[in-house]
Ligand binder design. Sequence first.
Ligand code: F3S
Length: 62
Amino acid sequence: MKATIDREGCIGCGLCATTCPAVFEMDDEGLAKVIADPIPDDAFAAAQEARDGCPVSVISIE
Ligand code: F3S
């Protein structure tokens, strides 16, 4: 499974990087980026939580 972020819509709230730091990180522009592809098995639940918690719903997992 792979996580993707529609960075055009990211508002930089940081929730994803806090919830699942194994997969998401904030970059120099203050936007989230994906740092693990595929999603490690032990981070999958947290990645789903990050997707569900993103306030602008720009994270996809497929
Ligand atoms: Fe951006 Fe959503 Fe993460 S707004 S910082 S992708 S929780």
